[in-house]
Write a protein that binds this ligand. Sequence first.
Ligand SMILES: [Zn+2]
Length: 609
Amino acid sequence: MNNLTLAALAVALMTSTSMAQTPPVKAPWDQAFLPPAPQWQGASQALIRDKSDPWVTAFEADPEHDFSPNYVDTRKWFDRLDAASDLIRIEQFGVSPQGRPIYAVIVSKDGAKLDPKKPVLLAQAGIHPGEIDGKDAGMMLVRDIAFNGKSGLLDKVNLILIPILSVDGHERAGAYSRPNQRGPRIQGWRNTATNQNLNRDFLKLDQPEMQALKSLHNRYKPDLYVDIHVTDGMDYQYDVTYGYNGEDGVWSRSPAIAKWLDATFKPAMNKSLAAEGHIPGELVFGIDEQNPKAGLSDGGLGERFSNGWGSAAHVPTILIENHSLKPHAQRVLGTYVFLETAMKLLAEKGGDLRKAIDADSALRPAEVLANFVADDKPTTSRDFKGILYETYDSPASGRSEVRWLGKPDPKPWALPFYGSHAGLTLKRPVAYWVPSYRADLIERLALHGVKMEALSQPKTVSVEMLRLDAPKIATVANEGHVQISVKTVTKEARDWLFPTGSVRVPTDQPLGDLAILLLEPQSSESFFAWGMVPEVLSRVEYIEPYAIAPLAEKMLADDPKLKAEFEAKLAAEPKFAADPDARLAWFYRRTPFYDDHYLLYPIARELAR
Ligand SMILES: [Zn+2]
């Protein structure tokens, strides 16, 4: 029920009886509490079809353009379109944990097999189902390509639209999913049925939705991948913000792609959006909720996110974040313009983008930067189109809070901009060796499309193995994992026997950087960091004091160097000297009885010889 209906009901109750009635108390969540949005009129409003159109979408038909259809109705509409147009084909590419088919809409003039010479735009909506603008925009655009004179968009480009990626989350729908977002009035839920955030799963590939997405990626190799979201966070004038790793010439794993996006894509895209009445902006994040002018950051997005993965995998990837305080209709229309313009740009300039993809795919950096963290100091300043605000003392929070006023500040803000820097530099080995008994990890590498050589018989290989120094187990769960971090490692040269089915993962391949980020235990995006190799943290076997004590005494008598080392430690560390068990453990670690596999990371590096 909306506010108007509630008010009408209250009036009806008041007038229909002679008894004095208390009007129903509106709960805080049924009242408007979001800051106002500036009035918006844009040329793109002309894209909305009338209710009388047989192909009107549910979004368009809604009088307030504040509605997005559910999973079943969306699929019915696309099936009807598929039956009516040769340009449309539905392709199921996965099944969700709750059993819903996950599908893409292939929009092409090529028939069953897409012409590999044509660039492919992959537009994905609903990885966060409450942020569903891409579905409603995609339905309109696909319909207009099929019936309303826009089929020419397909002459040189193919479009693949995923209307809803997180289909289960999409159906956990209600009016109370996204408190910071202005519509649609019924929204899906951010996480999946298994309470996972799919936009954290681009590297570890835990979830069926993401495994399915990855196989779709590998099948169609999109030239441009657009992941469509809606923001949270601060207010500003921009309605369509978007970004990519390497924007504005900052460091990227795919510099040639970033350059194409900076120099070719962005100026043309922004011009097109502005011509249709939209206000495009860069994807940035305020660093202080209480002080909007404190500065902006790039968000430090790693490889678990779409744009981080895209940069590492050399897949041009744009993260759209439409602004949550702008009405749903304004955001949907901006997304339509974005997608249509992206198709035109791929048609005109897609050849140059392919060259950039090839150039980046050929990179084999000797050092791979990882574990990006926010800079302490701003690196540059950005002009920013701000919204006026005031502050007030909130009796609820007990501090000063921001009140956004919904009016554009005519003066541009100059805001300090905080970038990110690598917290870890990794050397590129020739290859990695993954033992056969970690078939689960091998399977994930294969899903990524990483090329591997499997052993058909056991083989002893000279490798560098890593002994983990004091790994730390996280105290809270994250994305269904208990994460483990390790700051330092000790290298050990070993001849190690790898069983049949073990794989060699060469780093001399386009996905070499990605393999390094996944397989180095210190990388914060690695399988190890997600807690997927916890078995190395358990030490097995022990020695009784009655056995180790005489053995230790004999070691002291036989080895003067060891004796000197022990005595120095006793003198330097009184706590150690006062702990009999610690003293005996010190000797045990120096015997061949000690568990050699303890803290020995089972994935090995092959180095150049
Ligand atoms: Zn999102």
